[in-house]
Design a protein around this ligand. Structure first.
Ligand code: COA
Length: 384
């Protein structure tokens, strides 16, 4: 039986900052952000939107009544939890109107969490062919104003529906995980922002990719020629490219061009959004499907997932016949194009205006599923 990605959609909040303006405000050469880091815009979230808001918006439009009746597991991968105990998946289950006999929970391992969800979903559907699993990656990537990580912030969610006979991608049985206990990026309980050793996180990411690729080649007797493209975790668009280039050194220029062209297609959306943490790999996959001029049915895609701390995984899938008929390219471009640009002053104000859950309040953000009320620390979401 074939199991894989039947539907996939993303949502980002309706505000962004232009990276040239951010560079100028921080007295940095704009080319450092545009070329050195590879970002041209960065998504910014107001205090009235959170991982539940993003997740519901990403999932709502793509799910039919039949999906809502068949989903029996909802997994949210996040490192931006809004509660230490209760999973956001439980709130999401109600907001989306999923049938009651479902399992709902959250997974955490930095930017890797959603991949654990995808693999668990695949195994669950393989054992229960009529069920569907909703996996959501939802995060707010925040490093702090004027911090080293500031140009690599972002926010948003990707919703993925895993089922049998998927319309987009069949997940293959080949996958390889790699764990090493390392402090490249972590956020102790009570900290608003992560602690990060930027150079170490870059180095660990590239080395983890090289290690899993070497072992993967041996275990599954694969070479680069078996892959039409790779989709990477993209904390910023230069990062995946560094990893890819590190295994292309000994390849022909034809082979390098082929994979680098696909890489460029995979970063179109991230370049305008920034880091989605757990969602970045899957935003890259959507971008690849919707912007590649050469991908076709039957092509094998390699996925490299990386979560600081750290866990990495390389896995693969094959594109399904007529997959391109099920893409939402125009809607996605509209979502990005209709966002409002913020001045640096507006961005800084929005960034510092954080939600105080100890203060009862009402809000008037018209965005669907935004927070409309805080009472007794509980968030109430707009439902119409
Ligand atoms: N024109 C073009 N490129 C420029 C430039 C200019 N004027 N100025 C600098 N650059 C390049 C640098 O050469 C470097 O490129 P390289 O990485 O290919 O060598 C790149 O821009 C970044 O410069 P660097 O000095 O390393 O930036 P930084 O010290 O500000 O740190 C990060 C960058 C990404 C490490 C930092 O933003 C961060 O910590 N981010 C969060 C952690 C993260 O995303 N980790 C990724 C793995 S999960």
């Amino acid at each position: 039986m074939n199991v894989g990605i039947d539907k996939i959609n993303f949502y980002v909040p309706p505000y962004y900052v232009n990276m040239v303006e951010l560079a100028q405000a921080r007295a940095v050469d704009p080319n450092k952000f545009l070329i050195g880091i590879g970002q041209s815009e960065m998504a910014v979230s107001p205090k009235t939107q959170d991982i539940v808001t993003f997740a519901t918006n990403a999932a709502k439009e793509m799910l039919t009544k039949e999906d809502l009746a068949s989903i029996d597991m909802i997994i949210v991968g996040t490192e931006s939890s809004i509660d230490e105990s209760k999973a956001s998946a439980v709130v999401l289950h109600r907001l989306l109107g999923i049938q009651p006999f479902a399992r709902s929970f959250e997974i955490k391992e930095a930017c890797y969490g959603a991949t654990a969800g995808v693999q668990m979903a695949k195994n669950h559907v393989a054992l229960n062919p009529n069920s569907k699993v909703l996996v959501i990656a939802s995060d707010v990537a925040r490093y702090g104003l004027k911090s080293g990580g500031e140009p690599t912030q972002g926010a948003g969610a990707v919703a993925i529906l895993i089922s049998q006979n998927p319309r987009l991608l069949v997940l293959e049985e080949e996958n390889l995980s790699f764990t090493q206990d390392i402090y490249d990026f972590w956020r102790p309980i009570g900290y608003d922002y992560p602690l990060v050793d930027g150079p170490l996180s870059n180095e660990t990411y590239v080395q983890a990719f090289q290690k899993v690729w070497q072992e993967y080649q041996k275990r599954y007797e694969r070479t680069l020629k078996d892959f039409s493209a790779f989709s990477f975790h993209i904390p910023y668009t230069k990062m995946g490219k560094k990893a890819l280039l590190s295994i292309l050194e000994t390849e022909t220029s034809e082979e390098q061009t082929r994979l680098l062209e696909q890489y460029e297609a995979s970063i179109c959306y991230s370049r305008r959004v920034g880091n989605l943490y757990t969602g970045s790999l899957y935003l890259g996959f959507i971008s690849l499907l919707e912007n590649s001029k050469t991908l076709k049915e039957g092509d094998r895609i390699g996925f490299f997932s990386y979560g600081s701390g750290s866990v990495a995984e390389l896995f693969s899938g094959k594109l399904v016949k007529n997959y391109h008929e099920h893409l939402n390219t125009q809607d996605h471009q509209k979502l990005l194009n209709q966002r409002q640009a913020l001045s640096i002053r507006e961005y800084e104000q929005m960034f510092e205006d954080s939600l105080d859950i100890h203060q009862s309040a009402t809000f008037a953000d018209p965005t669907p599923y935004s927070i409309i009320k805080i009472e007794n620390t509980i968030r109430e979401y707009r439902e119409s």
